[in-house]
Design a protein around this ligand. Structure first.
Ligand SMILES: NC(=O)C1=CN([C@@H]2O[C@H](COP(=O)(O)OP(=O)(O)OC[C@H]3O[C@@H](n4cnc5c(N)ncnc54)[C@H](O)[C@@H]3O)[C@@H](O)[C@H]2O)C=CC1
Ligand SMILES: O=C(O)[C@H]1O[C@H](OP(=O)(O)OP(=O)(O)OC[C@H]2O[C@@H](n3ccc(=O)[nH]c3=O)[C@H](O)[C@@H]2O)[C@H](O)[C@@H](O)[C@@H]1O
Length: 417
């Protein structure tokens, strides 16, 4: 059992803290957001993450986990301190390291292992170790939102970068058994970007295939099944949609592109991955308008606002990019998302799919919430101004919707497979 400090109680920090506590370690988790800390002390978890509220409550009850607003309390006694603070995009796309630096300044040289879990550009730990005199360990995180606890407790691999082999061994020993990749800090940092950027590239490829399929009248579901059955390609991350988003892919692709450019390395695959994504929202609006005509003054019902199903996270959501463009085209947008309540810029958020599509010239599915697959288009169609359904996530059973009289645009002409 180890004494662990975790700095940052967001998706990554809170999951790290609660899971390490569940694994038998003693954890102090610090966050500078006083409201978040007060809520967590009461066992209130706002993120929509399966099992996380239970693990937090268990940790608080057993005393294995506690929360503080003072970072110093998380590292005074700790043998390990995990940095899980944000690394957002700066104005030129490069990762902004202000939060990491400020925490390191607070820690100062001391007798504990300082582990960077935040996603930082290759060379960061080495440079900051030189600057601060703290020998940093790199331990990038690969969890997905909506699955944070399961991904943390059952990782496909753990990557640790360290200068001293015993530091890497000590960090690995905190985790459950899993395949480990032990390397230097810069390589570990690059693994993280390489993974996210590769997945983003795969998605941009799939989205371009979807566009091609619509032009050639081919079926993207069959195409991606056809290529995904080749184990060298693999079936995952080939589902086309309105573009990829979330708190990490967009910022991490920008950050790696900025790092490559600063290093004088031409990486056109990466820039094409991003520019392909940037085009997707306009493509959705074009596809809607091809069915409805001009949108000025027309009502559009949007189904789904989060960046993917299974999360309440709206950060850099492709759905919001589409909404912004629909509004710019003059549409009056009403949106429903099972996980979003309250105000979202430019759009009226309503309490049901039925209310969202009432009076609309088109219903546009932008997030793959399973409940959208169960909607009765026979009941919805008579309430709409035009029977148009644009399903960018391919979740609506197309035959049933067509039988109900809907004109269905299914992304990439995807068949139901
Ligand atoms: N969200 C995700 O799925 C994943 C994120 N990452 C990386 O992990 C890092 C954190 O991401 P998230 O957990 O999503 O961020 P988040 O925004 O959900 O949470 C960050 C937390 O850190 C706190 N914070 C900021 N500065 C602080 C400081 N100086 N002292 C104490 N607390 C501070 C904030 O109040 C916030 O609660 C980023 O580098 C991200 O790229 C890596 C893998 C997955
Ligand atoms: O660094 C991070 O923050 C994390 O980023 C992603 O996780 P996450 O942002 O939770 O989301 P994903 O499930 O990867 O989805 C990203 C985007 O791709 C889209 N997507 C995903 C898969 C697919 O087949 N099609 C598709 O359009 C999603 O809708 C979403 O907009 C990675 O999957 C994690 O491994 C990584 O740790």
């Amino acid at each position: 059992m180890a004494a662990i400090g975790v700095i940052g109680a967001g998706y990554v920090g809170l999951t790290t803290a609660a899971c390490f506590a569940a694994l038998g370690h003693r954890v102090v988790c610090a966050d500078r957001d006083a409201d978040r800390v007060s809520a967590l002390r009461r066992g209130e978890v706002t993120a929509h993450e399966p099992d996380l509220p239970d693990l937090v409550s268990d940790g608080l009850r057993s005393g294995a986990l506690c929360f503080t607003g003072a970072n110093a309390e998380a590292f005074t006694e700790a043998g390990f301190v995990f940095l899980c603070v944000p690394t957002p995009s700066g104005p030129d796309g490069a990762a902004e390291l202000g939060a990491v630096r400020s925490v390191l300044a607070e820690i100062g040289p001391r007798d504990c292992r300082v582990v960077v879990k935040s996603t930082v550009p290759p060379g960061t730990a080495a440079a900051l170790s030189r600057e601060t005199g703290i020998e940093l360990v790199s331990n990038p995180e690969f969890l997905r939102e909506g699955h944070t606890v399961a991904d943390f407790l059952h990782p496909q691999r753990i990557v640790v970068g360290a200068t001293q082999p015993e530091d890497a061994r000590a960090v690995l020993a905190l985790y459950p058994e899993a395949p480990a990749i032990v390397t230097d800090t810069t390589t570990a940092e690059l693994v993280k970007y390489a993974a996210n950027c590769f997945l983003a590239m795969k998605l941009s490829y799939a989205n371009s295939l979807a566009e091609l399929c619509e032009v050639f009248d081919a079926d993207v579901a069959a195409v991606t099944e056809g290529i995904g059955s080749d184990t060298r390609i693999g079936p995952d991350f080939l589902r086309p949609g309105p573009g990829w988003g979330g708190s990490c892919f967009p910022k991490d692709t920008r950050a790696l592109a900025a790092a490559a450019e600063a290093a004088g390395v031409d990486f056109p695959l990466l820039t094409a991955t991003m520019s392909t994504n940037d085009r997707q929202a306009d493509r959705v609006v074009r596809r809607v308008m091809a069915e409805t005509g001009p949108l000025r003054g027309a009502r559009v019902g949007v189904l789904g606002l989060t960046f993917k199903a299974g999360t309440d996270d709206l950060r850099d959501s492709p759905a919001l990019r589409v909404v912004e463009r629909l509004v710019a085209a003059g549409a009056v947008v009403r949106a429903y998302d099972p996980c979003v309540r309250g105000a979202v810029d430019g759009v009226e958020v309503v309490e049901s799919a039925e209310v969202a599509v009432e009076g609309a010239v088109a219903a546009v599915v932008l997030t793959e919430w399973p409940e959208f697959g169960a909607l009765s288009w026979a009941e919805l169609k008579p309430t709409m101004a035009l029977p148009v359904l644009v399903d960018t996530r391919c979740v609506v059973p197309v035959e049933a919707a067509r039988e109900a009289g809907m004109r269905v645009v299914r992304w990439g002409n995807a068949s139901v497979r």
